[in-house]
Design a binder for this molecule. Structure first.
Ligand SMILES: Cc1cc2nc3c(=O)[nH]c(=O)nc-3n(C[C@H](O)[C@H](O)[C@H](O)COP(=O)(O)OP(=O)(O)OC[C@H]3O[C@@H](n4cnc5c(N)ncnc54)[C@H](O)[C@@H]3O)c2cc1C
Length: 414
């Protein structure tokens, strides 16, 4: 297929990774982001080998490793005593087993590296202050529409515009959204502010108990501790990464937890505590038309209990690019892409739900029982971290007809 012009809505982790992969292969790409400036929002994301293969592919492995932290292992601990009840090694073992490291990084640092890479490949590829509102597709092109009344035209549209995606709303009519009853706290604390004797080791620690959990790990070369603690709250509030809440409420929610958790909370900046409600969304059965498709959270939004939001979006980016290179036409490429991603992302969503059930266990006995029966390391090494989107065979969808696709989506966006 001749190298096409690809429009990408959303300069998040998935949209930028897709832009870098596509530009590397000679596609022309424009990325449209609603934000006026890409400022520092959010906190830590995890990039296991399945994501780091892709960072290496786009020339960012070293930079990501420098900006992030390589964890020694994963530890599951009781929330009050801190006893480690289950663990598995990362660091060299992960690298040797999977051929790429496991890195924890601040989302803003990752986004900054990706933007710089995309601009290195095409100087004016990223357009800010461009909020996508919808699209219209014709037989030979697709038009993306923006809130400011302007439009952009290309051969393919990739909706990488996150959980509240405008492109997804048009393709699948919006997700059925349900409040999970869980609200998440997030703080970032300078590591040196935490008393040395209470600082956690350089591992990903998950403290579990009383029906809730907290995940802690270092980012930014170890200089920042990332804390994300989930609590059960009957009333939903806003689903936003930028919503601040009171430090005293955070402190109260984690009363009686291990001293290291107390020390992290005590060291937090009192006006920098964020809290947002977690909503679940039903996975879509189809996320493509004949010229538009979705990627990352816009296609298969998942709760954060497997820490694979960034990883799945990056994998999508590679399979999308490979499908465009392999297929005979755009319609076939989008079908192939979706076909090769749906099972894996659905499985990730299922495993996320299973983790949620474990993290919501109340008693010590239940938690011990769950981890005695599980081998998290074996499981994740077996199916999750071992996947390499760059080398996994691309399967041809069993039944494919461009006419079927066109008929199914007739009228979309017109
Ligand atoms: C501000 C922010 C902070 C986050 N912080 C964390 C975090 O700390 N830890 C974590 O695990 N995950 C975080 N996430 C989610 C995480 O980035 C994603 O789950 C994961 O990386 C999947 O990436 P994605 O590209 O699908 O979506 P995202 O990375 O969410 O990117 C979506 C992008 O699309 C843009 N966008 C949305 N609507 C439109 C529109 N209509 N037109 C144009 N652009 C649009 C958004 O501004 C965003 O840049 C955050 C997401 C956001 C948006």
């Amino acid at each position: 297929m001749k190298r096409k012009k690809i429009l990408i809505a959303g300069a998040g982790i998935g949209g930028l990774t897709a832009a870098a992969c596509l530009l590397k292969e000679g596609f022309d790409v424009d990325v449209f982001e609603q934000a006026r400036v890409l400022k520092e929002v959010g906190a830590g994301v995890q990039l296991p080998a399945n994501a780091m293969h892709i960072m290496r592919h786009v020339g960012l492995e070293e930079a990501v490793m420098r900006a992030g932290v390589r964890a020694k292992g994963y530890e599951f601990r009781l929330h009050d005593t801190g006893e480690v009840i289950h663990q598995f090694p990362l660091f060299d073992e992960h690298l040797q087993r999977h051929g790429a490291p496991f890195v924890q990084i601040h989302r803003a640092d990752l986004q900054a590296l990706l933007v710089a890479k995309v601009r290195e490949l095409k100087r004016d590829a990223v357009h800010l202050n461009k909020k996508a509102t919808g699209f219209a597709e014709q037989a030979d092109s697709v038009e993306l529409r923006f809130a400011d009344g302007s439009t952009a035209r290309g051969d393919v549209l990739l909706g990488a515009d996150g959980v509240k995606s405008a492109v997804s709303k048009q393709i699948i009519g919006g997700f059925r959204t349900e409040y999970t009853g869980i609200t998440a706290w997030r703080i970032l604390v300078p590591s040196e502010d935490i008393p040395a004797e209470l600082r956690l080791d350089q591992v990903t620690s998950i403290f579990i108990g009383g029906g809730t959990h907290a995940i802690c790990y270092y980012v930014r070369g170890g200089s920042l501790m990332n804390f994300c603690g989930e609590v059960q709250v009957p009333e939903a509030s806003e689903e936003a990464w930028t919503r601040k809440s009171s430090w005293s409420a955070l402190k109260k929610d984690f009363e009686g937890w291990h001293p290291s958790i107390q020390a992290i909370i005590d060291s937090a900046s009192k006006d920098q505590c964020y809290r947002w409600s977690l909503f679940s969304r039903q996975p879509a059965r189809n996320w493509s038309t004949h010229r538009a498709t979705l990627l990352g959270d816009a296609a298969h939004p998942a709760l954060p209990f497997l820490a694979q939001g960034a990883g799945m979006a990056m994998e999508d980016a590679v399979i999308f690019t490979r499908s465009l290179l392999k297929a005979a036409d755009v319609s076939e490429a989008l079908h192939m892409y979706q076909y090769n991603r749906m099972t894996r992302t659905a499985h990730a969503t299922e495993r996320t739900e299973a983790n949620r059930a474990t993290f919501e266990l109340r008693t010590e006995g239940e938690i011990r029982g769950a981890y005695a029966a599980a081998n998290e390391g074996k499981d994740r090494n077996g199916w999750l971290y071992s996947y390499n989107a760059l080398t996994v065979p691309l399967e041809k969808p069993p039944i494919f007809s461009t006419e079927d696709m066109l008929a199914r989506h007739q009228g979309v966006g017109s």
